[in-house]
Design a binder for this molecule. Structure first.
Ligand SMILES: Nc1ncnc2c1ncn2[C@@H]1O[C@H](COP(=O)(O)OP(=O)(O)OP(=O)(O)O)[C@@H](O)[C@H]1O
Length: 121
């Protein structure tokens, strides 16, 4: 049990470090909170909440893996190395894919509801 609690404390230490040092991670957190606020305000369905929560988790996880890879690359290859550059670029590409997926899901879920509100006004 003690070991489990220690593992969680290390994980939260990692989350705190990413939040403190990575602007992009903080931006993703703010956008995630905005999506939750919008979901609450627009009374989205349980199924739609599941997509929103999944998108938030995918984007935050992608950003955390990207950050971890950046740290690792800086550790093992502080000097210029073409391969090190590719590792960082590909990890950043994964974040872009996750973020695009989340934007598309957000548009599918929120846009019709926002347009209906505008039309009703
Ligand atoms: N050691 C390296 N060797 C070769 N190219 C590198 C190296 N480090 C960074 N690069 C190139 O520079 C780009 C930017 O790297 P950097 O470490 O500044 O990451 P970043 O995406 O700006 O992340 P952040 O701003 O979140 O720290 C990389 O995507 C890569 O193309």
């Amino acid at each position: 049990m003690k070991k489990l609690i220690r593992s969680f404390s290390y994980a939260f230490k990692g989350l705190a470090h990413a939040t403190k040092t990575q602007l992009n991670f903080r931006v993703h957190l703010v956008v995630s909170l905005l999506a939750c606020f919008l979901g609450y305000a627009l009374h989205i369905s349980m199924g739609e909440w599941m997509w929103i929560v999944a998108c938030i988790a995918i984007v935050l996880m992608a950003e955390l893996f990207n950050t971890a890879l950046e740290f690792l690359v800086d550790l093992v290859s502080p000097e210029y190395n073409e391969l090190a550059g590719h590792v960082k670029d590909i990890a950043a590409g994964a974040v872009v894919i996750a973020a695009l997926f989340a934007v598309i899901e957000g548009l599918i879920i929120f846009l019709p509801k926002i347009l209906a509100l505008i039309n009703a006004a």
